[in-house]
Design a protein around this ligand. Structure first.
Ligand code: TXA
Ligand code: MG
Length: 367
């Protein structure tokens, strides 16, 4: 009797171990991405996109009209062949993005942009020589090989050369450029890791090229040219001061509700699911229940006690670090047990301008 019970028990352990090994091996084989339950690899995961560093696989998918999430130095992009209208259309569907919102075209270098623009303005050339590859997107007159779908009917196409080793290799291997909006559902916070992409779009895309955490963390700065004037349409990963050092005085036209040339300029964008209120956090806190309130500060305050639901953009008070952490912090806050998020602005200089712009829009009126 006792022998039978012991045998049954041992049999159960053996079959559980065997099953676990099979599940684990299967998961390794299909390159499952690391997920939130990676501490227990035996818990079944929902179906998600395959994730890995396989450039050949990304090439093959893109050549056959599929979608691949790609790492860049700013945020992850959702890429497709810019010359394939069906693939471009799928990007709009997957992101639930309005058709009036044009896409940035990503090229491997300045020379490659010559095939898709009518001419490269002198200022654009000087900026490209200094900042490409890097977090700078430039608007230039398009050639006919760039469809109206990509530019939402506008004559100018937005172009950038991203700076990430995997994506640079990928672009150099392809004989077409890639359209790539940020790889998030329209209006939501941009992804800065492969896991972020997987959590939100994983079941809609064919492959995620995992290049680790994006080192800049906010989207590229978008500029255009008005004769000899450089106009900044979206504040981003390249500081206005750096652009001015090459072009001379610039004009900032980052937001115009009457003329949302780019929906990244709409009043509500980059928004997490929870309500965000921007202002003096300590004043705002007096009107909210501390237990149900999340707080985002630029850096730790020596004289203030923390509520446990408080996060900092930068422990050292560094704007680059704050930019890099911004979207992850917003995402983390979104998953915390809070009803509202109070956030404070960062210093209004350098990358701080772009960070405050994102915070304002994250707190903006929902569409
Ligand atoms: O850093 C970045 O720029 C990232 C990475 C993936 O490259 N991409 C990105 O794309 O932020 P997206 O689509 O999330 O934002 C691009 C912004 C949109 O607000 C869009 O309206 C604007 O660029 N845009 C694109 N093409 C444009 C055009 N032809 N004229 C004016 N604005 C344009
Ligand atoms: Mg975006």
């Amino acid at each position: 009797m006792q022998f039978a019970a012991t045998f049954g028990y041992l049999h159960k352990i053996a079959s559980y171990t065997f099953n676990s090994i099979v599940i684990y091996a299967w998961r390794q084989l299909i390159e499952r991405p690391p997920t939130t339950n990676s501490d227990n690899p035996f818990i079944p995961l929902p179906v998600m996109a395959k994730t890995g560093k396989n450039i050949s696989k990304a090439i093959q998918i893109l050549e056959s009209g599929g979608l691949v999430a790609i790492p860049t130095e700013t945020v992850y992009g959702l890429a497709a062949n810019a010359f394939n209208p069906d693939a471009v259309a799928r990007i709009f569907e997957v992101k639930n993005r309005p058709w009036f919102d044009p896409l940035i075209v990503h090229c491997s270098g300045l020379a490659e942009t010559e095939h898709i623009v009518k001419e490269i303005p002198k200022l654009a050339r000087s900026l490209a020589e200094k900042f490409w590859p890097g977090p700078l997107t430039m608007l230039m007159n398009k050639q006919d090989n760039i469809s109206d779908l990509v530019t939402a009917g506008m004559q100018k196409v937005a172009i950038r050369v991203p700076d990430h080793p995997l994506t640079r290799t990928l672009l150099k291997s392809l004989d077409f450029p890639l359209v790539a909006p940020s790889a998030n559902p329209f209006g939501y916070v941009s992804p800065t890791t492969a896991q972020h992409v997987n959590q939100q779009l994983g079941d809609h895309i064919d492959y995620i090229l995992d290049g680790g955490e994006c080192h800049i963390g906010i989207e590229s700065t978008i500029v255009g040219f008005d004769n000899d004037t450089t106009v900044v349409y979206r504040l981003g990963g390249l500081e206005p001061e750096s652009i001015e050092s090459i072009t001379g005085k610039i004009v900032l036209r980052p937001h115009s509700a009457s003329n949302p040339i780019a929906p990244g300029m709409l009043e509500s964008h980059y928004a997490p699911g929870k309500r965000i209120i921007l202002g003096n956090v300590d004043e705002l806190l007096k009107k909210h229940d501390a237990d149900k309130t999340g707080i985002i500060r630029f850096k730790p305050q020596a004289d203030k006690k923390t509520s446990g639901k408080e996060m900092y953009l930068s422990v050292t008070g560094d704007l680059r670090e704050a930019a890099k952490n911004l979207f992850s912090v917003l995402r983390k806050m979104d998953t915390m047990d809070v009803e509202v998020i109070l956030a404070e602005k960062v210093p209004e200089e350098g990358l701080g301008l772009a960070i405050n712009d994102r915070l304002k829009r994250a707190a903006g009126k929902r569409m």
